[in-house]
Design a protein around this ligand. Structure first.
Ligand code: MLT
Length: 358
């Protein structure tokens, strides 16, 4: 059993992501993550276990008895939500997930009013949270900080799990979990998540949700990936290198309409201009052909779905919102259930929940 306490930080940092997976597992519960940092920790079996657990929690939460039971499970635990990057959905759905399971919560969302303002390092701040809380859910602009903190805390006298709720331009594993959960549910009675075409469109260069979801999709049989973007915002090499190594079929394109006609799912993303290196850089790119509107809706197959991690700007016209194929609102709610499932699993309550009422 690989342990973070038995590997130095530099050596761990250098490992390929898939090789890091065993170090992040819960030593006492087989095949279960302790820290959740990136998509490479999830294989198909684990994704399907999480989806089943999320379905179960969703069902239980409908009755007072089930909801009270869920609330009792983690009422002895506290979670810290450290979000130093803007967020609405990811923050609130993690908060709601904690509430479903009875965790009490604290949060830092503005480091200008925390001790970071006085010059404290992020590492010291996070170490401080671990004195008061049993789980840290964190979103930061720094690539790798969640990973570094997971290593630090596992090597401290109070090892508590870290859950990455978005790290820089890099990864957003829980968003990818909710995206997969949405795809699994959408195709559940239609032949399942296999032999499908998923089109990603928008800012694929800097969208962390794309990197995480593209990887998770490789766990499923014959999922072709199409990347539609202006050349300056096309999907980065590290993403396609993984697909090539795994023998996954993919294409790059700048023709959204053509891709839509062949897609089972279209995953729209916004332009991530907060990462512009020079002011107004993104605004100079012609993105007019990378938007989903009434015309694209006509071209989408009858069983196709439209997804978006949100927030949206104008990349999906509001006229699409009431179409039954628009999945983005349901996708958002799915996030609360799958995050509840992940937290429950992290703390070892999977079996207990699955057996409730049996
Ligand atoms: C993210 O945090 O990456 C969002 O969910 C997607 C976005 O900001 O565009």
């Amino acid at each position: 059993m690989a342990k973070l306490t038995e590997i130095g930080w530099e050596e761990f940092e250098r490992l390929p992501l898939e090789a890091k997976k065993p170090y992040l597992e819960n030593g006492e519960i087989p095949d279960t993550p302790f820290h959740t940092l990136f998509a490479q920790q999830f294989d198909r079996e684990l994704l399907e276990r999480l989806a089943r657990l999320a379905n179960r929690i969703r069902f239980m939460a409908k009755s007072k008895e089930g909801a009270m039971y869920l609330k009792s499970l983690l009422c002895h635990k506290r979670a810290m939500l450290y979000f130093s990057q803007p967020s609405s959905r990811t923050f609130l759905s993690h908060l709601a997930a904690c509430q479903i399971l009875g965790l009490t919560t604290g949060s830092v969302r503005d480091t200008a009013i925390s001790s970071e303002f006085k010059g404290e390092s992020k590492e010291d701040s996070i170490r401080t949270f671990s004195s008061y809380f049993d789980l840290i859910i964190m979103r930061t602009p720094e690539k790798g900080l969640a990973e570094k903190m997971a290593w630090e805390l596992s090597n401290s006298s109070r090892p508590i799990p870290i859950l990455n709720a978005g790290s820089g331009k890099d990864q957003h594993p829980t968003q990818a979990l909710l995206d997969i959960y949405t795809l699994l549910r959408s195709f559940e009675n239609k032949g399942g998540l296999r032999n499908r075409t998923v089109t990603f469109c928008g800012d694929l260069m800097r969208g962390r949700t794309v990197r995480s979801l593209s990887y998770l999709l490789t766990n499923f049989e014959n999922i072709r990936q199409v990347f539609v973007a202006p050349p300056q915002l096309q999907v980065p090499e590290d993403v396609t290198a993984i697909l090539a190594a795994k023998g996954v079929e993919f294409t790059k394109s700048d023709n959204l309409r053509e891709a839509v006609t062949l897609s089972d799912a279209v995953y729209m993303t916004r332009i991530q201009d907060e990462w512009d290196e020079s002011k107004g850089e993104s605004a100079k790119i012609d993105t007019s052909r990378f938007k989903f509107g009434a015309e694209e809706l006509k071209l989408l197959p009858a069983e196709g779905i439209i997804m978006h991690p949100l927030p949206r700007r104008d990349e999906i016209a509001t006229c699409c919102d009431h179409d039954p194929r628009a999945m983005y609102w349901r996708q958002m709610r799915n996030g609360m259930w799958i995050r509840s499932a992940l937290i429950a699993m992290t703390f070892g309550f999977e079996k207990q929940i699955m057996c409730f009422g049996a």
